[in-house]
Design a protein around this ligand. Structure first.
Ligand code: TXA
Ligand code: MG
Length: 320
């Protein structure tokens, strides 16, 4: 199958209406989208990604009014968060009704909903009369794509089209919030900082996933893997433990004199955790293509998007 890369929304709409899959740009990462109401499209998503069926999907729509069609009720706190942060990098997990097939939620009684802010995808979602299930458009366990080219590298020949919306502005996946009788809890750190969420929901709980049990599915310990082993820590100390000829460094802002400059990437020379998030997956992939023995990655400061960036580095690392 030829994989077309284009910004043509009408073509995307046509393919999705036929039950086919299209990779779509969002402000966080590219998604692999299919009709969320059709089990056959959902099956193709799992098969194309080689994703285990116990890992549920996020359902994308263009408004809270559309979300309301698929849930039992919308909690008050969800309204408040929606007003403040959607469209944007936040996903809401609530009890679903039976219009959403079990396949989308891996049999869970809840479903995850998100209204992404990328203008192309928002227009596409407005034009469709069904929502789109879309996991990140990478093969299972691999680095999430933040450009159309990244998607192409992993999925060409497997899907008919990639809707090209340029490089993702946020760069890491959405923050996931689940609502229950007790209030709300953050299941996955992501592109919306905890501080921002707490400005609207001060009592929100943070689930500290151990990456082993599947209360928050998809939060498996080993994820975002590069081909090259990636180690997280202080590069000056790592080099003593892993003496090796061909090292690459993913630093927050520093440049190290003992490694050739072309094998180094700074996540943010100006020390912004937002810029670090934006660059993270692209720089991991650049280093991964250099045929290195190891990638040494520095943690970034634990402010703003720092914890979410560090979470991804740890999952990508072989020394966690
Ligand atoms: O930014 C994002 O969220 C991107 C873009 C494409 O929107 N999507 C994304 O999807 O990251 P994915 O499939 O890589 O991650 C979906 C995760 C699951 O692994 C799981 O942790 C959580 O969402 N999830 C989905 N449904 C859930 C549910 N009913 N209960 C708890 N967690 C759920
Ligand atoms: Mg993913």
């Amino acid at each position: 199958m030829e994989t077309l890369i284009t910004a043509n929304i009408n073509e995307a709409k046509r393919l999705l209406e036929q039950g086919q899959l299209v990779a779509i740009p969002t402000e966080t990462v590219y998604g692999l989208a299919g009709n969320a109401l059709h089990s056959s499209a959902l099956l193709s998503i799992y098969a194309t990604k080689k994703r285990p069926s116990f890992d549920p999907l996020i359902i994308h729509t263009s408004s809270i009014d559309k979300i309301a069609n698929y849930v039992l009720s919308i909690p008050e706190l969800m309204f408040a968060l929606y007003e403040a942060f959607s469209p944007g990098p936040i996903t809401y997990v609530v009890k679903k009704n039976n219009l959403i097939p079990d396949m989308a939620t891996s049999g869970l009684p809840t479903a995850a909903f998100r209204v992404p802010s990328h203008p192309l995808t928002l227009d596409l979602l407005k034009s469709l009369d069904f929502p789109l299930a879309a996991p990140s458009a990478n093969l299972f366990g691999k680095v999430s794509p933040t450009t159309a080219q990244h998607v192409y590298n992993q999925l060409h020949g497997k899907i008919p089209m990639i809707l090209d919306g340029g490089a993702c502005q946020v760069g890491i996946e959405s923050t996931i919030v689940r609502f229950d009788e007790q209030g709300a809890e953050v299941l996955r750190l992501g592109g919306l900082s905890i501080d921002s969420i707490k400005s609207v929901a001060p009592g929100i709980r943070i689930l500290h996933s151990d990456g082993e049990h599947i209360d928050s599915p998809g939060q498996l310990k080993s994820h975002y893997a590069t081909q090259t082993p990636l180690l997280v820590g202080n590069p000056e100390e790592l080099i003593l433990k892993y003496p090796s000829k061909k090292i690459g460094i993913l630093s927050f802002s520093k440049i190290y004199k003992w490694v050739p400059i072309e094998r180094q990437r700074q996540l943010s020379a100006k020390r912004s955790t937002f810029e670090a998030a934006q660059n993270l997956f692209a720089m991991m992939q650049e280093l991964d293509h250099m045929n290195l023995d190891y990638i040494f990655a520095e943690e970034v400061p634990n402010t703003q998007l720092g914890p979410a960036v560090n979470d991804r580095l740890k999952r990508a690392s072989v020394n966690h």
